[in-house]
Design a protein around this ligand. Structure first.
Ligand SMILES: Nc1ncnc2c1ncn2[C@@H]1O[C@H](COP(=O)(O)OP(=O)(O)OP(=O)(O)O)[C@@H](O)[C@H]1O
Length: 196
């Protein structure tokens, strides 16, 4: 995928651009920068969730998005939470649950899972969609250090196994390092990508 962003504004306030970002399958980048700089805005543009900008997005790849809050179907069990949005069958959904360490939790609904388990369910759902590129917005925030480290290692392993590319939005350079993602820093007003 490739984004040539001339400008993104909210009302009259320019927030982002000009900038260019391209990511291919198997390639990993992390978008870093302080709170409010425009990281989530950039990710939403890449995901096709925000089309109100000047520029061009060439997004032919298959994408999956993981947000900080795992957006799950509250009344459906873990298997259905993967099978319904991705269209995969129940056996495939169970296999993905096992791959993220949720074997034995197949019949639970989200509120019966811890936050860390819900995050892993959202991660399994994202990979079950078979993405060329995974887009992640602060998916490791507000987890305890040990849970975050396990989830980082799991994400790294699944990216390697599937060959998917990664765009990670984070304020924490250590997460970028743990995922072997090339750090790209947003800075300025409006924000641009700095040379790394
Ligand atoms: N829908 C919106 N309408 C108006 N302004 C917005 C909107 N969404 C974001 N902004 C503003 O755009 C700027 C960038 O926001 P964004 O959420 O992309 O930052 P961020 O780098 O992801 O921050 P954080 O790390 O705190 O999540 C902020 O100043 C924010 O207030």
């Amino acid at each position: 995928m490739r984004l040539d962003l001339d400008a993104k504004s909210f009302g009259t306030r320019p927030v982002l651009g000009p900038l260019t970002l391209s990511v291919a399958r198997g390639e990993r980048v992390a978008i870093l920068g302080p709170s409010g700089i425009g990281k989530s805005t950039l990710l939403r543009i890449l995901a096709g969730l925000d089309a109100e900008y000047r520029g061009r997005l060439d997004g032919a790849d298959r994408l999956a998005v993981v947000f900080q809050e795992p957006v799950l179907l509250p009344w459906r069990d873990a298997v259905a939470n993967i099978a319904i949005p991705t269209g995969c069958d129940a056996a495939t959904a169970r296999d993905w649950l096992a791959q993220v360490g949720l074997a034995g939790h197949e019949a639970k609904v989200p509120r019966q899972l811890s936050l860390g388990q819900q995050r892993r369910l959202a991660l399994a759902r994202a990979f079950a969609a078979g993405p060329d590129i995974l887009l992640m917005d602060e998916p490791f925030a507000s987890l305890d250090a040990e849970t975050a480290a396990r989830m980082l290692a799991l994400t790294d392993a699944l990216l390697a196994r599937t060959g998917a590319g990664l765009v990670l939005v984070t304020h924490d350079p250590r997460e970028a390092e743990a995922l072997h993602a090339r750090p790209l820093h947003l800075a300025g007003q409006p924000a641009r990508l700095q040379n790394d």
